[in-house]
Ligand binder design. Structure first.
Ligand code: SF4
Length: 324
């Protein structure tokens, strides 16, 4: 059984429209029927541009959002239906590391209090041993050197390691990593990425890794799901999807990645307004391979190889992109 099975996950945000007293609410569909599974000790990367719905997916998986539909099965139990003790226990077993340690750490708290806080929240016995152990796991050694420090006395990399220690202290099974290295310098980032790999080997963790960086996805993940405007457009084994992409959006992302030798596929315009997504294929206004029929109907998700799925009408019709 997969550790995490997400089925038809939909996330809605209420948005006020109109003026002053006459405004009404509409719902913005940030995530639209997204499905994937994450095996134990596995890593799934959610990739895509800012605003594609990947962070909303991560927060919804942790049961942290309202207006969520679908199923999020953690060891077969639906997180979206959990309450009370069962939900608290899930929250112990599933933790998050955010992008920005400057914002995620309370500047008025010392490291020992920040890392020990989850123990207090979950009413576990706090103690310097548990905190020190978590700091060492996160690569902050010797822990005594860090316990009495405030976040502003630490480097960016050390701050992110403190956030990781706080996520590890409850001995979770699942970590949602929400752009955890995108605010860090290249040299520091490499150390943190290696740390995630080592922790996975040592502790058997599973990661839902949210990133806009395909090189990072390639480094850390076994499987990848590429998101565009709230839907997954391509998913499968990372090695397959990122070395032989079939969806034009994945192709375009890869072609402009640093160091890419592929012919650049430049996307026209910006990501459309998610309140008014384009009809048909959501990607058609920007797709360099769009045909007239692409605006007419949404492409179905089709399996194009072993465990390799994509949504493109041309592929569904059996036309390869180099024939268009
Ligand atoms: Fe591009 Fe058409 Fe395929 Fe959408 S369906 S990705 S617009 S070719």
């Amino acid at each position: 059984m997969a550790l995490l099975e997400v089925r038809e996950l939909t996330v809605l945000y209420p948005v006020a429209v109109g003026l002053s007293a006459f405004f009404s609410h509409r719902f913005l569909v940030a995530v639209d029927r997204v499905s994937f599974s994450l095996p134990e000790r596995g890593t799934l990367a959610l990739v895509g541009e800012s605003g594609c719905g990947k962070s909303s997916t991560g927060l919804a998986v942790l049961g942290l959002l309202e207006h969520v539909r679908g199923e999020v099965l953690f060891r077969g139990k639906d997180v979206l239906k959990m309450k009370g003790r069962e939900l608290r226990e899930f929250r112990r077993r599933a933790q998050i590391v955010f992008q920005d340690p400057y914002e995620s750490l309370n500047p008025k708290m010392k490291v020992k209090a920040i890392v020990g806080e989850p123990l207090a929240i979950h009413r576990y016995r706090a103690g310097p041993d548990r905190v020190g152990e978590a700091l060492e796991l996160a690569g902050l050694s010797p822990p005594e050197y860090f316990l009495e420090k405030y976040p502003h006395e630490l480097s960016g990399g050390e701050r992110q390691r403190v956030a990781i220690a706080a996520a590890l202290i409850l001995k979770p099974e699942l970590l949602v990593l929400d752009e955890p290295v995108s605010n860090l310098d290249v040299s520091i980032k490499a150390g943190i990425m290696n740390l995630f790999r080592d922790l996975q080997d040592e502790l058997g963790l599973s990661y839902l890794f949210i990133t806009h960086d395909l090189a990072d996805a390639f480094f850390l993940s076994d499987e990848v799901a590429v998101m565009y405007l709230g839907i997954t457009v391509e998913k499968g084994k990372t090695e397959v999807v990122l070395s032989c992409p079939l969806h034009p959006y994945t192709e375009a992302l890869l072609s402009v990645a640093p160091g890419s030798r592929k012919e650049k596929l430049i996307l026209a315009g910006d990501v459309p307004d998610p309140l008014n997504p384009p009809p048909g294929c959501r990607f058609h206004p920007r797709c360099p391979r769009a045909q007239t029929e692409c605006a007419a109907e949404p492409p179905p998700e089709i399996e194009v190889g072993p465990s390799h799925w994509t949504r493109c009408l041309l592929l569904a019709q059996g036309k390869r992109h180099d024939e268009t």
